[in-house]
Ligand binder design. Structure first.
Ligand SMILES: C[S@@+](CC[C@H](N)C(=O)[O-])C[C@H]1O[C@@H](n2cnc3c(N)ncnc32)[C@H](O)[C@@H]1O
Length: 228
């Protein structure tokens, strides 16, 4: 099975438990990371935003609290988008959601002030194509993604701890392979300056940088023409 099909089916399968899984697995910390991420993405006061791999829409709703213009969330899992649409119905914030693939975004060049993607880029089949598309449709790109802590002991402790959760995840999601995929992809996905260099290769912005979160368990990356 191609990576894209595996990822799409996996997220469709766990979509009804995705928010619960996030809270359990991260012990709630994903909310703090996402808040910090959105604060950084909003620094240059964008009016419009596209949140890619939006899942159930966490980041899109947070962006809309400050963006006066159009905010759209896209994901290629129709299961995830169904939950995002349910949330949109119950929310006073007008956020649009669509099923779409990051590798072929259905938007013209520079449609949005910013694009964001939280815990999604690691899953995209062609990283180069995904990054090119994120940069093409906006004037600034903000990425939150897992990586590896630089400190060797911390890194070993973190990944050992992560592996201890496997049975719990299998119990809740009924997809043990999804969790195994999360660890394997987080352990090997390029992070820090290595990832910034890949962004530079695929985008044409002036400024690039990264901010480690929790000592490098995750990273916030940015690419824009205005500073952080
Ligand atoms: C771990 S979830 C992240 C969801 C949300 N952004 C969050 O932070 O909670 C990853 C999401 O990426 C989506 N995804 C993976 N590859 C994609 C692609 N090529 N195009 C669109 N969505 C994709 C999956 O369907 C899934 O909903």
């Amino acid at each position: 099975m191609a990576k894209a099909d595996f990822v799409r089916v996996m997220f469709n399968d766990i979509s009804h438990k995705y928010d619960l899984l996030n809270d359990v697995l991260s012990l709630g910390t994903h909310r703090l990371w996402k808040r910090k991420f959105v604060r950084i993405a909003l620094k240059n006061k964008p009016k419009t935003a596209l949140d890619c791999a939006t899942g159930t829409g966490d980041i899109a709703f947070k962006l809309k609290e400050s963006c006066p213009g159009q905010v759209v969330g896209i994901d290629f899992s129709s299961g995830m988008i169904e939950f995002a649409l349910e949330r949109a119905k119950a929310s006073p914030l007008p956020v649009e959601f669509k099923v779409a693939d990051i590798q072929n975004l259905p938007f013209g060049d520079k449609t949005f002030d910013v694009t964001t993607i939280s815990f999604g880029i690691r899953n995209v089949e062609s990283l180069d194509l995904g990054l090119k598309e994120l940069g093409r449709v906006s004037n600034g790109v903000y990425i939150l993604e897992f990586g590896q802590p630089k400190n060797a002991l911390y890194k070993k402790l973190y990944f050992t701890m992560l592996r201890m959760y496997v049975p719990l995840f299998g119990l809740i999601s009924k997809r043990k392979d999804a969790y195994e995929y999360l660890i394997a992809s987080s352990e090997t996905f390029p992070s820090g300056q290595t990832f910034v260099d890949i962004m530079k290769k695929n985008m044409t912005f002036k400024n690039y940088g990264f901010i480690p979160v929790f000592g490098g368990i995750a990273y916030i990356y940015y690419a824009n023409n205005e500073g952080k």
